[in-house]
Design a protein around this ligand. Structure first.
Ligand code: FAD
Length: 449
């Protein structure tokens, strides 16, 4: 196998390095393209591979947590990056946090030492020859992003993420905000959302404040968002429009969009409000609530001022502010098959954040999945289907079977796994799911060696 022409891997980040390493372990030659340091992204600072651009935590390593299960599965599959993370770990309670410089150096050294991997420090500007794994990440260079948009259809490639603020539940005024779901469709029977009802006047005041509030200065990609296009490539993802952009389109646009009042009656008046801002639980205990549809790029101080004009939120404490950042990712359920191969371009697999997975460990896992799929294809075999009981298998299944219309990046969590057959208390659930996942993986391992 080692004499055959090499497979191309684009991007020396978390997913690309794992993919390259896994291919080499299977005797396959790899050309790994990394554009840094010749061309930097807006977030990376060094020339090292697998540079973590933000948090240095890979999540909880507790064996009954989603990230703990993922970590255990990666170790069983001889993951290079999981190994380097353990080797460079620093004390962080139950989290696996790494010394980011030592981590990136360890990965770089391992890749550079591997004789079957040729590291090429060049930008790839168009879809590479097949077979190839593309793992160029959320900050994929504009030229490659344009080429991928052409290959996949621009409407299925998203270029930014906008996040809505989250407030503390106990600071929401429940004499104004009422619990209900639209048309009474509650899972729990008690109203799954908290609804902040606007009168006409309150709505006008809020919209005016949104339109005139100070925003974080626009960079190039955000200017494109303002114009309703993504980096000039095509239409933006409407479901993610910042609320202030929507408010500037027309006064009533939010009331017909995320703040629509349909299916809701204010118990104080018995009538449908002019508009409603819904709050959705962020946690089971209801301690944190997300302002649905209010993704925003306003300055943090402005977010407090403007969103406190919402009836029921006058004294809200913010646990997270909304923000926007560039994030190139695909609509996986439309574009990818179960091995993360592009349906429109067999022989091209997509890994990492670009395929719509979130979280460092999840991104590493997709490098593993695509390498194994590509290795199978090179050997003339069907790619193995990962068992759904494993966290890796469930992550991939949920990713490619999500609703395309509302697709958002997917992160490992216990809820992705098929439920246990018997009802189990919360404390034992994670432990039993973990045991089942690792047992399924043991049976599966012989298929991916
Ligand atoms: C500002 C920011 C903060 C983030 N914070 C977190 C966080 O705290 N926790 C978390 O889990 N995730 C975070 N993420 C998401 C994070 O980027 C991913 O979890 C992870 O790094 C993705 O791994 P990846 O391999 O897909 O991409 P990356 O690790 O970004 O690797 C992609 C690599 O491809 C290279 N590349 C890009 N285009 C080309 C090209 N055309 N040719 C050759 N090489 C190219 C890049 O230089 C980069 O090295 C953040 C993302 C951003 C942008």
């Amino acid at each position: 196998m080692s004499g055959a022409s090499p497979i191309t891997v684009v991007g020396g980040g978390l997913a690309g390095c794992e993919a390259a390493w896994q291919l080499a372990r299977r005797g396959i030659r790899v050309r790994l393209f990394e554009m840094r340091p010749g061309r930097m992204t807006g977030a990376h600072r060094t020339d090292r591979l697998a540079e973590l651009v933000c948090s240095n935590s890979l999540g909880s390593k507790l064996p009954d947590r989603a990230s703990g299960i993922l970590l255990a599965e990666l170790h069983r599959c001889a993951s290079l990056l999981a190994h380097c993370a353990e080797e460079t770990a620093i004390p962080a309670g139950s989290a696996l946090a790494v010394d980011r410089e030592r981590f990136a150096s360890a990965v770089t050294a391992a890749i550079e030492r591997e004789p079957l991997i040729e590291l090429v420090r060049e930008e790839v500007t168009e879809a590479p020859p097949r077979p190839a794994i593309i793992a160029s990440g959320p900050l994929t260079s504009p030229a490659l992003a344009a080429s991928l948009a052409e290959l996949t259809g621009a409407a299925h490639l998203y270029f930014y993420d906008a996040i809505a603020p989250v407030v503390e539940g106990e600071t929401v005024d429940r004499s104004i905000a009422f619990a209900a779901s639209r048309y009474g469709r509650d899972a729990g029977g008690e109203g799954d959302y908290l609804n902040c009802p606007f009168t006409n006047e309150e709505y006008d005041r809020f919209i005016e404040a949104l339109r005139t509030a100070e925003r974080i200065p626009l960079r190039d990609f955000e200017q494109a968002i303002d114009q309703g296009v993504c980096a000039g490539e095509g239409p933006m993802f409407e479901g993610c429009l910042p609320i202030e952009v929507l408010a500037r389109r027309s006064r009533e646009a939010p009331a017909f969009g995320p703040l629509r009042p349909v299916g809701l009656r204010d118990p104080r008046t018995g009538r449908r409000p002019h508009a409603v801002l819904q709050l959705r639980r962020e946690d089971a205990a209801g301690e944190r609530w997300n302002l649905v549809g209010c993704q925003t790029n306003l300055r943090e101080s402005e977010q407090e001022r403007v969103f406190r004009l919402v009836p029921g939120l006058a004294h809200a404490r913010f646990v997270r502010y909304g923000h926007m950042h560039r994030n190139t990712y695909m609509c996986a359920p439309r574009l990818l098959d179960r091995s993360l191969q592009l349906r429109a371009a067999p022989g091209v697999w997509i890994a990492g954040q670009l395929c719509g997975v979130e979280g460092y460990l999840g991104n590493i896992a997709t490098g593993l999945v695509t390498a194994i799929a590509a290795a199978s294809a090179l050997a003339g075999r069907e790619p193995p289907v990962w068992p759904e009981d494993t966290m890796i298998g469930s992550l991939v299944r949920v990713l490619v079977s999500a609703r395309p219309e509302t697709f958002q990046p997917v992160k490992a969590n216990l809820g992705l796994l098929p439920p246990l057959e018997t009802r189990i208390g919360r404390t034992d659930r994670g432990r039993l799911l973990a045991a089942r996942a690792l047992s399924a993986l043991e049976t599966f391992l012989p298929h991916i060696r």
